[in-house]
Design a protein around this ligand. Structure first.
Ligand code: GLY
Ligand code: MN
Ligand code: MN
Length: 449
């Protein structure tokens, strides 16, 4: 794997110390509010498949990953006491069945008091003796792995930590630029595979090779959709055969670096000029939405503004008739664009706390009629989020318009024309700035070309 994606990357190493200072300050605050003295963050352990002796792929506790780029270190703990060097209880079992984690070595190593353990019964000796003063953060299928800590994931602390994660550190931004770069390389390889007439399965393989990820390493299951499949919002089948007539390609695929994700969608036409024109209009619209970003903007307003912009595209391309307000009110735009404009992005693809009102909790509901909007907060500088407008022929939704005032606003002949192409989505990952934005995705594609 390229050095820049590794935990030896000196540029990331130079930023990591101040990232850790932010993470510790957030935990200081969370501990104080929770009335506790120590945070014990458990990395997690692989789950067994039901009635089986094989495990599901391991997915580390995102709280653990926020401390250190250790995405493949189960049964390990970070013990944090304000004012002290964090302790990393690093589990390195004696195991001749599997490859075990190597010696701790990366830009993060010197920031921890690392204690290697070879068995879980060695962990307790490294935990604070007074378990009543501890909170544990993590998933414990086996409570014995909490070693007597009773306050597991207390809401007060979790709310504070989740809310804070919306804003990224310089280190996180640097890691996410790399995740964008890695994803862009995959997208370029996937487009080439599509242009070569490959099947969804083979395009997927070309993508995975270019990003150097196995399937479980992908931040989410790739959406590799030819033709009508583009209308299935979370299409994750992979047809082994290419269709006879390849008309269109929608790819929603990301990559990860040190546990941080990119989440990128592009749509391509295979030579049809009318579909190409529609893609270009959606691309122009997406860039115009991105251009509206700045700190202080209510993301709910941006989502609703997108519906107005989409209404104009629908009218200009003869998919609908009427003024934008009517197309919104009658549900026409929602039938073509039934998902949210985007979401926070970070360690989790749909990063936590998109609806959270404040660090003490509370919920900001999506606007009425837009239940799937995953981000309803007012934007802050250095938040990273996606902008992913779409337009699809989803008959299940369009048919609901029949017999309603919306029916006469839809040009059903144009819908019939669009159906075999599936749909269009364009998705970029963007960082909010005080007066604008940084487009991680477009920058990554530009660097790659
Ligand atoms: N790839 C999932 C999403 O765009 O939210
Ligand atoms: Mn996506
Ligand atoms: Mn997304």
């Amino acid at each position: 794997m390229a050095m820049k994606f590794s935990d030896k990357n000196p540029e990331l190493g130079a930023l990591y110390g101040s990232h850790l200072a932010t993470v510790t300050a957030r935990h200081d605050h969370a501990l104080e509010q929770a009335g506790a003295s120590h945070a014990v963050i458990y990395s997690g352990d692989p789950k067994l498949a039901f009635l089986d002796d094989y495990h599901h792929p391991f997915k580390a506790n995102p709280h653990f990953v926020g401390w250190a780029p250790l995405v493949a270190l189960p049964f390990s703990y970070i013990v944090y006491t304000p004012g002290e060097t964090p302790v990393l209880i690093y589990y390195q079992p004696h195991d001749y069945w599997h490859v075990v984690p190597g010696a701790p070595d990366g830009y993060w190593t010197g920031h921890f008091d690392v204690r290697i353990v070879h068995a879980t019964d060695e962990v307790a000796a490294h935990l604070p003796a007074d378990r009543e003063k501890c909170i544990a953060i993590g998933e414990f299928h086996d409570e014995s792995l909490a070693f007597g800590i009773e306050r597991i994931n207390p809401t007060t602390a979790i709310n504070i930590l989740h809310y804070a994660r919306g804003v990224k550190t310089e280190y996180e931004l640097a890691v996410m630029r790399l995740a964008a770069e890695r994803g862009a390389a995959g997208h370029i390889a996937a487009e080439a595979a599509f242009r070569n007439g490959m099947s969804e399965f083979d395009i997927h393989r070309a993508y995975c090779e270019a990003v150097s990820h196995t399937d479980p390493e992908l931040p989410y299951g790739n959406i590799i959709a030819l033709n009508e499949h583009g209308a299935v919002l979370h299409y994750t089948d992979l047809d082994r055969e290419a269709p006879e007539n390849i008309r269109s390609f929608l790819i929603d695929a990301g990559a990860q670096v040190h546990g941080y994700a990119s989440d990128i969608t592009r749509t391509y036409s295979n030579g049809d000029p009318r579909f190409q024109d529609l893609i270009e209009r959606m691309n122009t619209m997406e860039l115009a939405i991105v251009d509206k970003l700045h700190a202080g903007l209510d993301y709910r307003d941006l989502h609703v503004a997108t519906h107005t912009m989409l209404a104009e595209v629908l009218v200009d391309t003869e998919l609908a008739t009427g003024n934008p307000d009517t197309l919104l009110e009658t549900g026409v735009t929602s039938a073509f664009f039934p998902h949210g404009l985007g979401h926070l992005l970070g360690i989790q693809v749909h990063d936590v706390a998109g609806h959270q009102e404040s660090e003490t909790g509370g919920t900001i509901d999506p606007p009425s009629g837009h239940p799937f909007l995953r981000l309803t907060r007012v934007l802050e500088e250095d938040m990273v989020l996606t902008i992913e407008p779409g337009m699809y022929v989803i008959d299940m939704l369009l048919e609901n318009l029949r017999g309603t005032p919306a029916e006469s606003h839809v040009n059903w002949d144009t819908v019939d024309w669009l159906r075999p192409f599936g749909g269009i989505r364009i998705e970029d990952d963007v960082r909010v700035r005080a007066d604008g934005h940084e487009n991680l995705t477009r920058d990554a594609f530009a660097r790659a070309s």
